[in-house]
Design a protein around this ligand. Structure first.
Ligand SMILES: NC(=O)c1ccc[n+]([C@@H]2O[C@H](COP(=O)([O-])OP(=O)(O)OC[C@H]3O[C@@H](n4cnc5c(N)ncnc54)[C@H](OP(=O)(O)O)[C@@H]3O)[C@@H](O)[C@H]2O)c1
Length: 344
């Protein structure tokens, strides 16, 4: 099968690096164009990027040349799908522009997440919202599909199979890795040997996004805290459900949650529970197959009718680049793009 040509814009940042690493041997997609800020144009990827991931950089991406951001060149290289890892303020201009030019954009930025006809897609939880791309003019025009804020991605995954019980109230406190702020992110003076009880706009994003993704309307209480770990956001969650539910029922729901298994980036079990008291920990953030795509839950308990648990999501993989790639896989599967491409 001929692979679909994709671009990664913002390929040198924390999220961009995960795109490059995951796409290096993707069965359906092939990176044909990458960009970063102007200072890196014409440089080889390996010679300019500050590689952050705990794996060796794949050989196949080392010599990729960083291009100037130019939609015409991108088109001439055969690019259809664009993965965006741009800062929100840059994405706010670039993404609608690329959509107008007919590109299919899968974005990590918050810039367009709250537009009515732009889905915040997590395939296992709300696949049907992908159809919103037709409201943006697909197939005649391009579209933007976003993924959620990284904390919300983990939360939505753990809650989606419990939605049937009625989600009345969500209380969540997050313990978020420094990579969540991108590179170079926070000053080491601020975060070393420290915990910071505020992350700008994060709590508002969780509240808005969990409601949009799952089409629910609970009361949401949240605190977001930055902690001195590199990867993985831990979340302490309490739920008030409309129905009386046992912890065994919840374990069963997570066990049976196997949606979208046909997509190459979907793990066999997307939510994995472990009974060990000290699970999950941030250091497990890269576990699983594909690495970093599983959401881990633990410490499940019931008190005064409420359900509590701890979860771990890899903010750079399931919480961003991996989630975007999975969204693009869902798109090409649902809209038959693979077949269209191979016929041309
Ligand atoms: N980090 C996370 O855990 C996470 C999770 C979910 C969503 N997100 C979102 O994903 C996006 C990327 O986040 P990140 O953490 O990867 O940020 P980052 O590390 O700061 O990377 C930003 C990328 O955009 C490029 N860039 C910056 N300004 C640019 C400009 N004016 N023109 C062209 N390219 C420019 C950078 O290039 P240079 O390297 O050359 O500066 C870099 O490649 C953000 O919108 C963020 O909110 C991040």
């Amino acid at each position: 099968m001929e692979k679909i040509k994709v671009a990664v814009i913002g390929a040198t940042g924390a999220v961009g690096q995960v795109f490059m690493w995951m796409l290096a041997d993707h069965p359906w997609f092939e990176v044909a164009y990458i960009t970063a800020s102007a200072a890196r144009v014409n440089q080889e990827y390996a010679s300019t990027v500050h590689w952050l991931l705990p794996f060796e950089m794949p050989t196949s991406i080392r010599h990729t040349i960083i291009s100037e951001f130019n939609a015409d060149t991108m088109k001439s290289k055969g690019v259809k799908i664009v993965f965006s890892a741009l800062p929100a303020e840059v994405a706010a201009e670039a993404e609608p522009h690329l959509r107008d030019l007919g590109f299919y954009i899968f974005s990590n930025a918050s810039a367009m997440r709250y537009d009515k006809n732009v889905p915040i897609l997590i395939p296992e939880t709300n696949l049907s919202t992908l159809d919103l791309i037709t409201d943006q003019g697909y197939p005649e025009n391009g579209f933007v599909v976003t993924n959620s804020n990284c904390v919300t991605a983990g939360l939505a995954m753990a809650i989606a199979p419990l939605k049937k019980y009625g989600i009345k109230e969500i209380s969540v406190c997050s313990y978020q890795a420094v990579s969540g702020a991108g590179y170079p992110g926070l000053s080491s003076f601020d975060i070393t040997d420290n915990v910071i009880p505020y992350i700008a706009k994060e709590e508002e994003k969780i509240e808005k996004e969990i409601k949009k993704i799952l089409s629910i309307d609970p009361i949401v209480y949240s605190y977001c805290v930055r902690v001195p770990v590199m990867f993985g956001h831990l979340e302490a969650v309490w739920l008030t459900l409309e129905q009386d539910v046992t912890t065994d029922m919840i374990l069963q729901d997570w066990e049976n949650f196997t949606d979208c298994n046909e997509l190459p980036s979907t793990p066999e079990r997307p939510v994995v529970y472990n009974h060990t008291n000290a699970f999950p920990q941030a250091k497990s953030a890269w576990w699983g197959t594909p690495h970093g795509m599983e959401v881990y839950t633990g410490r499940l308990k019931k008190k005064d009718g409420r359900i509590g648990f701890i979860l771990l999501v890899n903010n750079l993989v399931k919480g961003s680049a991996g989630g975007s790639i999975q969204n693009a896989e869902a798109f090409v599967t649902r809209f038959g793009l693979i077949k269209q491409e191979s016929r041309q």
